[in-house]
Design a binder for this molecule. Structure first.
Ligand SMILES: CSC[C@H]1O[C@H](OP(=O)(O)O)[C@H](O)[C@@H]1O
Ligand SMILES: Nc1ncnc2[nH]cnc12
Length: 291
């Protein structure tokens, strides 16, 4: 059986995690360029762990410049099996209040200036993202968060916008009233799609920091409020992560939802027509099916 290796991708305000045994920042080279930063590796309660600050320590990357493909490739290359994204998000629901965590289960992808796939001309693949997050991993996050005393919401639709500016009031109302989005952020797409292509289980925890700009009794969102809320939440997030190894275990059975077999029937390009350079580039992401 495969070893479990849990990766946490930390969003805005989360540049480190503590408490890992044998903690070491490692540089990982990928055929897709440099990841956002070195990756912190170690173990927690006997389970292998990795942590990657999405925007880099020091927050150098904008939501559009985050090297999403390099990040996911690097995690896969390290042997990661399960990826948990922890992100700052605005809320479109009164009941999803600042300080609450939402276990996201759907996305509306409105990003347009990012590379969204590992595949392309010469090696064409289509994976399903009808259910873009892993129910098993999401359930573990929900349980870990509740045990840590966090106000957790089970399910929610995350609208991924390009940014870097926040939404206009008209957009905020459109997403909330007409599109049924629950939370908004700038980074979970294409990250979730790429994790699926790389056959990694992916769960997304939205840490609610604000009500965007729709709420009549709250001012419009600004970064200082977001960071203040995040600082208040950092300990909660750490508590949730600390409980995950016991729930997931150190040995990993095949994902009951098939996340780890997403490429099984996805590649359309005939073996003799495949671009050899692309096949080589996909050694970590798709080596299982490309041989
Ligand atoms: C700090 S405000 C906007 C910024 O925060 C979120 O980042 P992340 O998803 O990495 O936590 C949001 O998506 C924006 O990138
Ligand atoms: N209101 C908001 N819109 C987009 N990204 C966010 N990240 C945190 N709050 C946000």
């Amino acid at each position: 059986m495969l070893d479990t290796m849990i990766a946490v991708i930390g969003g805005s305000g989360i540049y480190d995690i503590d408490g890992l045994d044998g903690a070491e920042w490692v540089k990982v080279d990928t055929p897709w360029g440099e990841p956002s930063d070195e990756i912190l590796t170690g173990s927690l309660a006997g389970v292998k762990m990795a942590f990657l600050p999405r925007h880099g320590r020091g927050h150098m990357h904008t939501p559009s410049s985050v090297p999403y493909r390099a990040n996911i490739d690097a995690l896969k290359r390290l042997g990661v099996t399960d990826v948990i994204s922890v992100s700052a998000c605005g809320s479109f629901r009164e009941a999803m209040a600042p300080g609450d965590f939402v276990v996201v289960d759907q996305f509306i992808d409105r990003t347009f200036a990012r590379e969204k796939s590992f595949f392309g001309p010469g090696l064409v693949a289509h994976v399903s993202v009808a259910h873009p997050t892993c129910p098993r991993l999401s359930a573990a996050c929900l349980e870990a968060g509740r045990a840590a005393g966090i106000a957790m919401h089970d399910g929610g639709t995350y609208l991924a916008m390009e940014g870097p500016q926040f939404s206009t009031l008209a957009e905020s109302k459109l997403y909330r009233e007409n599109w049924g989005a629950d939370v908004i952020g700038m980074t979970n797409m294409p990250e979730a799609k790429l994790a699926r292509e790389a056959e990694l289980c992916y769960a997304s925890i939205a840490m609610v920091t604000d009500y965007d700009s729709w709420h009549p009794e709250h001012g419009e969102v600004d970064v200082s409020d977001i960071i203040a809320t995040l600082m208040g939440n950092a300990d909660k997030g750490r508590e949730m992560v600390r409980r995950l190894p016991a729930l997931l275990g150190s040995e990993r059975a095949p994902c009951p939802h098939g996340c780890d077999r997403a490429l099984e029937y996805a590649i359309l390009t005939a073996p003799e027509a495949r671009d050899a350079q692309m096949v080589a580039k996909l050694d970590a992401v798709a080596g299982r099916v490309l041989g």
